[in-house]
Design a protein around this ligand. Sequence first.
Ligand SMILES: [Ca+2]
Length: 240
Amino acid sequence: MPAATNPSISLSRRLPRARGWVACALVAVTAVGAAQATAFTYQGYLLVVRAELQQRMDARFGSKAGPRMAELAESLNAAGLIADEALRVERINQIANRARYVTDPVLWKSEDYWATPVEFAAVAAGDCEDYALAKYFALRELGMPAEKLRITYVRLLREGRLENHMVLAYYPEPGAEPWVMDNLEKRFMPAAERPDLTPVYSFNDDRVWKVQGGGDRELGSPQQLRKWRELLDRVRAEVK
Ligand SMILES: [Ca+2]
């Protein structure tokens, strides 16, 4: 049964050791030593409500934006108090998944727009990468090390067709199978129970990996990802 069905049971005692994406985690562990410093300090970004930023978001998105940001901050702060890490991650997944799914062309008049997590909070809507990024930022701000998380591009098999999709993978411990935080399948599940997802590449603050048979291939810094670079530039502009 998925962990989400019984939050009173500690996930960490039931995390299976399995195949699936285990190779990804092994590569991550051996690569951590050479990791570059993160380009963004997450503290105070989503979890601290700043009136000036709320007002700016109200001006862009209407008067509901600020209260939405405050509500999300309150929920995330409460989730941060959950002692069990896996349950805390599961809760963050649930909180972010409350947002409405709206495609980028409809919401942002853009084919592919990576919303900042503050924008995601202000409009309480987004598509796959917007959910994954907001979860990543929230967990990083709550103190989770980057090596436990990877924003992961996947191919999703749905109704007989392959689609591009993005999820956040959580690695409970080095070498462990990751768990998937997904806005479509909202249950927090081990990757091994998601045969509909095929990882293509992944990244966190420190690294980019191409997922391939026999293990992941490290591709260097995420700074080479234009979308990620541009997102961080917009995030930095928000917190100025
Ligand atoms: Ca988007």
